[in-house]
Ligand binder design. Structure first.
Ligand code: THU
Length: 139
């Protein structure tokens, strides 16, 4: 394993654990999908979020965007995180929704790694750019 591979593996393990902890806080009485997300800033800080559902379903907030909002609130500059991990209990990793892909593209670093994990060895990963081809990037 190269030093870079070891660095990525360590970050992944740290963020998977943080995302799993965040999922325990999820407010998901409607879908019962308790999603957690955690990201690492280029300064090594970890921020996390969970999904928060509303009885007015469309107001539901996703875990990824809550994690990103928390990071921005804490002072992270846009483009200041190079890895985000999503955790969903069960045996199927959760690909992020379209809204989260847009916001991740705007707030993560170009080329940042997005990983989805669960309770098995199953794992999926993408670069943030490939999650949203030909993306809208503002006026
Ligand atoms: N959800 C997320 O937190 N992230 C996603 O990328 C997809 C969906 C949440 C929203 C809702 O609470 C539940 O999962 C079912 O859609």
């Amino acid at each position: 394993m190269t030093a870079e591979q070891a660095r990525v593996r360590e970050a992944l393990e740290q963020l998977a654990a943080a995302a799993r902890r965040a999922s325990a806080s999820a407010h998901a009485p409607f879908s019962r999908m308790r999603v957690g997300a955690a990201l690492r800033t280029v300064d090594g800080e970890v921020h996390h979020g969970c999904n928060v559902e509303s009885a007015s379903y469309g107001l539901t907030q996703c875990a990824e965007r809550n994690a990103l909002g928390t990071a921005i609130t804490a002072g992270m500059a846009p483009g200041g995180a190079d890895m985000l991990v999503i955790y969903l209990p069960g045996n199927t990793p959760l690909p992020p929704c379209g809204a989260c892909r847009q916001v991740m593209l705007e707030l993560l670093a170009p080329g940042a790694i997005v990983v989805a994990c669960c309770d098995t060895e199953a794992i999926r990963s993408w670069s943030v750019d490939e999650l949203l081809p030909d993306a809208f990037r503002g006026p």
